[in-house]
Design a protein around this ligand. Sequence first.
Ligand SMILES: NC(=O)c1ccc[n+]([C@@H]2O[C@H](COP(=O)([O-])OP(=O)(O)OC[C@H]3O[C@@H](n4cnc5c(N)ncnc54)[C@H](OP(=O)(O)O)[C@@H]3O)[C@@H](O)[C@H]2O)c1
Length: 321
Amino acid sequence: MKAVVHHSYGSPDVLKIEEVEKPAVTDDGVLVRVHASSVNPAEWYGMTGLFIARLMGGLFKPKDPRLGGDFAGVVEAVGAHVTDFKPGDEVYGGRSGAFGEYVNVKNAVARKPANLTSEEAAAIPTAAITALQGLRDHGKLQPGQKVLINGAAGGVGTFAVQIAKAFGAEVTAVTSTKNVDMVRSLGADHVIDYTKEDFTKSGRQYDLVLDIAGGRSWHEYKRILKQTATFVIVGGPKGNKWIGPLGNTLKLKMASMGARQKVVFFIAQFTREDLAILRDLSESGKMKPVVEKVYPLEQVADAMRHLGTGHARGKIVLKIY
Ligand SMILES: NC(=O)c1ccc[n+]([C@@H]2O[C@H](COP(=O)([O-])OP(=O)(O)OC[C@H]3O[C@@H](n4cnc5c(N)ncnc54)[C@H](OP(=O)(O)O)[C@@H]3O)[C@@H](O)[C@H]2O)c1
């Protein structure tokens, strides 16, 4: 089968499409013919070879040359112990190596939202699960609370705005001029254009801040946090080649030691339950993926370059089949 591979770390130029072995369906697995995938910063760091990622993924060259995490497609075969899926089911989920024609997936797979195309569904898993877990599990978001989302126009941010609204929060979204209208159309109650206004000097305070874009100091963030607030760190600027955006996280964690506010960093986990919740949000019309562009598999390097600008609008999708 065809798949995107990289045999060395580097820029998107290292990406190639090669014939690789098709995964075999395991007894507890679901073999999915992948129709679409989407790109995330995780793939960027896997491709460029951030030092901390190399510790697990191969110090000098990738142990597993395949790339990709999100998929939407059709079940081709199921393992002997699988009873909840059958060939022909339309599904979506997360599995490494999803920039290829097939994945064998065990847990992180669920029925695809019926109202979405494969390209739209493939935009959901990593970004929307991150938004959901950041707001619900780590932010403990309650109806009526005031939440600020810094980095509202990207993959995670566009889902976060919609999920926070679905939870009944009052949402303030931070983005640049070109995305103000788009973010408002997703339901944000207030939109701050960071090129014109410093949101840390607005005088307003929040119960929860979801920091996706990062790049500001704890001293600045503290001004907009209520005493009882929670500050959830999702991501940050690309940082250096050793620890990347974790540098931003460490700085904030250290500077906030002893603060009254709760400061949390987390790594999102794929779960079948959350994929089902996101499907329900989609099917009930409360959440819709924003897809800026769909690239054919052959243009995976261009898709990665687009993501790498740091200014993708919603999600960048790869059409596999
Ligand atoms: N913790 C986790 O489990 C987890 C999971 C997924 C992602 N992440 C991290 O979360 C971050 C975002 O991921 P993503 O998928 O949303 O990336 P993305 O789609 O590439 O985000 C791009 C968006 O960031 C916005 N942005 C850039 N600079 C900004 C600034 N100074 N202020 C406000 N917004 C700004 C851009 O909006 P404008 O063009 O309007 O500037 C753009 O829409 C990354 O650091 C990623 O590594 C963490």
